[in-house]
Write a protein that binds this ligand. Structure first.
Ligand SMILES: Cc1ncc(COP(=O)(O)O)c(C=O)c1O
Length: 401
């Protein structure tokens, strides 16, 4: 195995020819995460919080530790971390809860590059409450248009929610500037960090954002686990939207008193193995070093863009500047449907994602009915992977020319 980071990911031992360029959909899992999840199921695989016995104590401690590890990773306090089932779950929770206080005349500001997870929950709320949905546009270089943001965010704006990094374009939103604009009108701010969390150092205090959500599986962790960060004072004001065991302090037949934050947002048995596995994933990233990973990925994305640009009839759907791509490069090839690109890539063991990437309105706006072919990198991606992907694309171009 040429690349030392690949050795941490057991999938490469099982499938040595794999060229995985779909990390934006889900990152591969390192051995340490697989081992930690296995350890839970083998050694103390019982419920948390409830059992007054050793295995339950251990499970509770490991689950608590994971919360602390995740908190530290984004510079939050442990009680500001709510475990969810993923980004989609976190955004739905926020939309449902915050939507309760909205009324006609208010508006919610999103961007035109949102993933469906940060669009459809707000559409549902908008339908129920008759609030207006507004979308900050992108400019000709596929970046957020701050001048447009200044027009869209006004004194009636109650919520500003946006993806920190677009899963289709790879562009980064000017989060700090958007948050300042939102705060000037006392709007609540939400960052969908599903893509950014794995590529950018995330510091919630520095961002001064109210809520931030992400998924474990894009961060080299297990599926079915996610995080909803909320500022302590904002979480305290948020009403729970799912109810049941473990989220209460006292219950009568008539009513219930909520447990402390964050437990009031975690009813029922959570994804215990998932949370513990996510803790292991974060520790693993820290052992490699996020800065080191970033450096590698930036270099590789640069190389990928140079190689893609050298192919005939390839158009990059994203910034012309490679340093404005954060782990994601989308393309179209004139005369070849994106599904055919994926099919030929698959023949070369190159795994990519094609289509609308759950950003259908953006694809429609850009006039791309077949969507794009998206190449997304992870810490394990190397030059060899890019070279193989380019060979596959050359093959596709030859076949369809
Ligand atoms: C920007 C963005 N937001 C939200 C999501 C939804 O994440 P999940 O499917 O893990 O809930 C994704 C997944 O691709 C994404 O890229």
């Amino acid at each position: 195995m040429k690349d030392s980071l690949k050795q941490h990911f057991p999938i490469y031992s099982h499938t040595p020819n794999l060229v995985y360029l779909d990390s934006g959909a889900s990152a591969l899992k390192p051995q340490v995460v697989v081992d930690k999840v296995k350890e839970y199921y083998e050694q103390y695989g019982v419920n948390i919080h409830r059992g007054l016995y050793e295995a339950s104590d251990r499970a509770t401690t490991e689950h608590d530790n994971a919360r602390g590890i995740v908190a530290q990773f984004i510079n939050a306090e442990p009680e500001e971390i709510v475990f969810t089932y993923g980004t989609t779950h976190g955004l739905n929770m926020l939309a449902t809860s915050l939507g309760q206080s909205l009324k006609k005349g208010d508006n919610i500001v999103l961007t035109t590059w949102e993933h469906h997870a940060n669009l459809i929950p707000w559409q549902q709320i908008a339908k129920k409450t008759s609030v207006e949905l507004r979308f900050i546009d992108i400019d000709d270089d596929y970046q957020i248009d701050l001048e447009d943001a200044k027009k869209k965010i006004d004194s009636h704006t109650k919520i500003v929610s946006f993806a920190h990094v677009s899963n289709t374009l790879g562009s980064k939103a000017p989060a700090e500037e958007l948050i300042v604009l939102a705060k000037q009108v006392n709007a609540i701010t939400i960052i969908d960090a599903a893509q950014s969390i794995v590529h950018l150092k995330t510091d919630v205090k520095k961002l001064d954002v109210d809520f931030l959500v992400f998924s474990g599986h894009k961060l080299y962790g297990p599926t079915g686990i996610g995080v909803l960060y909320g500022k302590k004072e904002k979480l305290a004001l948020l009403s729970p939207v799912t109810f049941g065991g473990d989220m209460i302090l006292d219950v009568s037949y008539e009513q219930a008193e909520w447990n402390d934050v964050p437990y009031r947002f975690e009813p029922g048995t959570p994804n215990i193995a998932g949370a513990i596995g996510l803790g292991a994933a974060v520790k693993f990233i820290e052992s490699i070093g996020l800065q080191h990973i970033q450096k590698r990925e930036t270099k590789l994305t640069n190389y990928l863009i140079v190689q893609l640009s050298s192919l005939p009839n390839v158009q990059i759907i994203g910034s012309s500047q490679s340093n404005k791509h954060h782990g994601v490069v989308s393309i179209t090839i004139e005369g070849i449907h994106t599904h055919d690109i994926a099919e030929i890539c698959n023949r070369h063991n190159v795994a990519i994602r094609v289509g609308s990437h759950c950003a259908m309105p953006l694809m429609k706006k850009l006039g791309l009915p077949g969507g794009t072919a998206r190449f997304s990198v992870g810490m394990y991606t190397d030059k060899d992977d890019v070279d193989k992907a380019i060979l596959a694309l050359e093959d596709a171009i030859r076949i369809f020319s």
